[in-house]
Design a protein around this ligand. Structure first.
Ligand SMILES: *[C@@H]1O[C@H](CO)[C@@H](O)[C@H](O)[C@H]1NC(C)=O
Ligand SMILES: *[C@@H]1O[C@H](CO)[C@@H](O)[C@H](O)[C@H]1NC(C)=O
Ligand SMILES: *[C@@H]1O[C@H](CO)[C@@H](O)[C@H](O)[C@H]1NC(C)=O
Ligand SMILES: *[C@@H]1O[C@H](CO)[C@@H](O)[C@H](O)[C@H]1NC(C)=O
Ligand SMILES: *[C@@H]1O[C@H](CO)[C@@H](O)[C@H](O)[C@H]1NC(C)=O
Ligand SMILES: *[C@@H]1O[C@H](CO)[C@@H](O)[C@H](O)[C@H]1NC(C)=O
Ligand SMILES: *[C@@H]1O[C@H](CO)[C@@H](O)[C@H](O)[C@H]1NC(C)=O
Ligand SMILES: *[C@@H]1O[C@H](CO)[C@@H](O)[C@H](O)[C@H]1NC(C)=O
Ligand SMILES: *[C@@H]1O[C@H](CO)[C@@H](O)[C@H](O)[C@H]1NC(C)=O
Ligand SMILES: *[C@@H]1O[C@H](CO)[C@@H](O)[C@H](O)[C@H]1NC(C)=O
Length: 454
């Protein structure tokens, strides 16, 4: 391994991701080719079918409109549609209750397909269509069409007639246009995931007709016309996960309604520029919060943030990167009341000073990169953070030499010290960091090479 710029490492990671996918595809196609199909057939003859003929025909129609480069649907033969991949039925009624067509369909392998692959056209996915026969599957509770390429078709209105749905995932599937307010008919939904780039709403009133919603993701959906979004969301106290990243959220005038989201555990309002101070103060009542993501929100004010952090005792992850936050890091961190904070990202702000010694013992992820005035004895003050796996300190005006104590961070997988004023030699002890995968030391005055043991 080398102390190089980021290029080579990233290439390495991407290459291995592709390789994994290839291996997985080979495995899958080998098993499909032999065995599976035939066995299915035999079973059907003997056991008979528990599948409704009308629903079987609907599934075949749906299949005929789906892009299928790897012949994944080849298992969809025979009478017993309940045994087909991605399909499940209710044992007593025999109705199809689950249809999981998340692309790539072979979701069981380790390759994690990335929505950005789609956005940047890094992968080309052939177009699919939602066949109107979907409406025959009246007893569906679970429908996942995410990550397919419905090539800018509107969200199909038939979906709002599937009133038994409890789980609906249409995310990153290249649907285009208005999110149909008829989705409010799906009053049994617990999980609704509509994250994606080409959708917008006129309002969110329809959401208040889904009383037990636990999970809502409308990231990248344009909510700029939903001026009462805050009131609608606040009236769904069952919400546990709320993700509205990059949704162009309208500003909410004060006074805000009393806090009502008593079950909220994950809140991601990142990349919205209208997050007000009043909203940050309002968050202090969100004491159940574990994951708070507010990166790229333009300019958050630090004082109401500190008020909130002082009461969020259950926080595990906090991401405030890219926010022009000004002030002393020490002051902000003194206000973090959570003892269990594991992930802290304050990168690309204008914070200054140092980490208070002895604070944040449980941290596994710390990124302070791009705060050009974080100077002082960063390693000395990080001395007790031996659980760190990720340490990002690029562009922090760190001077002096890297101390031998860097070898104490035995769990480190990622260390970025680039663009500082570091001098001297690479310490021997860095060779003891046996978990290290990425190391960046460029743009310093460091001599020497990485110990051979790595
Ligand atoms: C989706 O399908 C359309 C039409 O075939 C195509 O032009 C587009 O490139 C596809 N998008 C992706 C991400 O593959
Ligand atoms: C919906 O699908 C996306 C992409 O396949 C996935 O990342 C997300 O976790 C799913 N949402 C839910 C609620 O399961
Ligand atoms: C869905 O809701 C609309 C009102 O938004 C209503 O007119 C329609 O009848 C409902 N459809 C079904 C299938 O329940
Ligand atoms: C959202 O839609 C409005 C028009 O309704 C548009 O002016 C605005 O630029 C869109 N926001 C984003 C982030 O694309
Ligand atoms: C809080 O939630 C309850 C439902 O449990 C709802 O009746 C009430 O209107 C909500 N309050 C606010 C301020 O939205
Ligand atoms: C919300 O933020 C946008 C920028 O994304 C800005 O143009 C708009 O004026 C803001 N709206 C209000 C009401 O502050
Ligand atoms: C919100 O928290 C404040 C104290 O921070 C408390 O006085 C108030 O009662 C809380 N409101 C609700 C609705 O829980
Ligand atoms: C935040 O911490 C500072 C000390 O660093 C303290 O003076 C201030 O009162 C704290 N603010 C809150 C809201 O707890
Ligand atoms: C490490 O923790 C001990 C107490 O547990 C404390 O005395 C010491 O100052 C801490 N050192 C640093 C560098 O934070
Ligand atoms: C590396 O770890 C070994 C024990 O595993 C220790 O004896 C040695 O002193 C360490 N080397 C450095 C340079 O810290």
């Amino acid at each position: 391994m080398a102390a190089a710029g980021s290029g080579s490492f990233q290439d390495g990671r991407i290459a291995s991701k592709r390789l994994m996918m290839l291996v997985a595809l080979l495995l899958v196609s080998c098993c499909l080719g032999h065995g599976f199909g035939d066995e299915d057939h035999v079973e059907v003859e003997e056991v008979g079918s528990s599948c409704m003929e009308s629903e079987r025909r609907a599934l075949l129609a749906i299949k005929s409109d789906m892009y299928d480069p790897d012949n994944w649907f080849s298992s969809w033969t025979g009478k017993d549609c309940c045994g087909w991949r991605g399909v499940a039925c209710d044992h007593t009624t025999g109705h199809v209750t689950k249809l999981d067509l998340r692309y790539p369909y072979t979701y069981t392998y380790t390759y994690t397909y990335d929505m950005w692959d789609v956005f940047y056209d890094a992968e080309t996915i052939g177009a699919s269509k939602v066949n109107p026969s979907l409406q025959e599957l009246k007893y569906l509770k679970y429908l996942d069409l995410s990550m397919n390429n419905f090539s800018h078709a509107p969200v199909p209105s038939v979906i709002s007639s599937l009133v038994h749905l409890e789980y609906l995932n249409l995310s990153y599937a290249m649907f285009y246009g208005l999110v149909p307010p008829q989705l409010g008919n799906l009053s049994n939904l617990y999980h609704l995931d509509l994250g994606g780039w080409f959708l917008h709403v006129d309002d969110l009133d329809w959401l208040s007709r889904i009383p037990s919603l636990k999970y809502l993701d409308m990231s990248y959906v344009n909510l700029s016309k939903a001026t009462n979004w805050f009131y609608v969301i606040n009236s769904i106290p069952t919400l546990e996960v709320l993700r509205l990243r990059y949704a162009d959220l309208p500003y909410v005038p004060s006074p805000l309604p009393p806090f009502n989201l008593t079950a909220i555990a994950t809140l991601d309002l990142s990349w919205n520029s209208n997050i007000s101070s009043a909203m940050l103060r309002w968050l202090s009542n969100a004491t159940s919060l574990e994951y708070l993501l507010l990166f790229r929100c333009g300019s958050l004010t630090i004082e109401p943030l500190q008020v909130a952090l002082a009461s969020l005792i259950n926080l595990k992850e906090l991401d405030l990167s890219f926010n022009s936050l000004e002030g002393e890091i020490r002051e902000t961190l003194n206000n973090v009341s959570s003892r269990g904070l594991k992930h802290l990202d304050l990168s690309w702000n204008q914070l200054s000073g140092d980490i208070p010694p002895g604070s944040l013992r449980d941290l596994e992820y710390l990124d302070l990169s791009g705060n050009f005035n974080v100077i002082v004895h960063i390693f000395a003050s990080l001395g007790n953070l031996t659980n760190l796996r990720h340490l990002g300190l690029s562009g922090n005006s760190i001077s002096g030499e890297i101390p031998q104590t860097v070898g104490n961070f035995v769990r480190l997988e990622y260390l970025d010290l680039s663009s500082n004023g570091i001098i001297g030699k690479i310490p021997e002890s860095i060779g003891n960091l046996s978990n290290l995968v990425e190391l960046y030391l460029s743009r310093n005055n460091i001599a020497g090479s990485i110990p051979r043991t790595m």
